[in-house]
Design a protein around this ligand. Structure first.
Ligand SMILES: [Zn+2]
Length: 133
């Protein structure tokens, strides 16, 4: 099998509800996403996938939906005041942990038809989460 990995950077804010630690306060991250795409055979260009296509699909979606936005649980009391101020919010049905953000990006990439096998999101230079099917 062959595997390629595309790195994508974005910034986001979040906070965790029902959690007793510093991450219960709104804060931000400079995230690095690694998208692993795997195929058994190469295509007629001798590629697993064109890095430019992965960038267009995945980074395009991240830039539109997540970059420089607050990612919040949909029942977070911060959602309404931020939206009233016109601030961009991306809502999830569960706590916006880095693990949940991995799954979000993985599902989106699969929905776009990319043969993604794993997504890692580095929340800090020393901490990452991964989702794989
Ligand atoms: Zn955080």
């Amino acid at each position: 099998m062959y595997l390629v990995t595309k790195r994508i950077e974005f910034c986001y804010g979040h906070r965790l509800l029902d959690y007793d630690g510093v991450c219960k306060h709104p804060h931000g991250h400079n995230a690095v996403v690694e998208v692993d795409v795997r195929t058994d055979e190469l295509d007629n260009r001798n590629m697993v996938a064109d890095f430019a296509d992965i960038k267009r699909l995945v980074k395009g979606w991240i830039d539109r939906e997540l970059d420089h936005k607050m990612i919040l649980r949909e029942d977070d009391p911060l959602v309404a005041p931020l939206e009233a101020l016109g601030e961009p919010v991306f809502k999830l049905d569960s706590n916006p942990t880095v693990e949940r953000i991995c799954k979000l990006i993985y599902d989106m990439a699969r929905d776009q038809g990319l043969p993604v096998v794993a997504v890692r999101v580095w929340e800090t230079p020393s901490s990452f989460a991964e989702y794989r099917a």
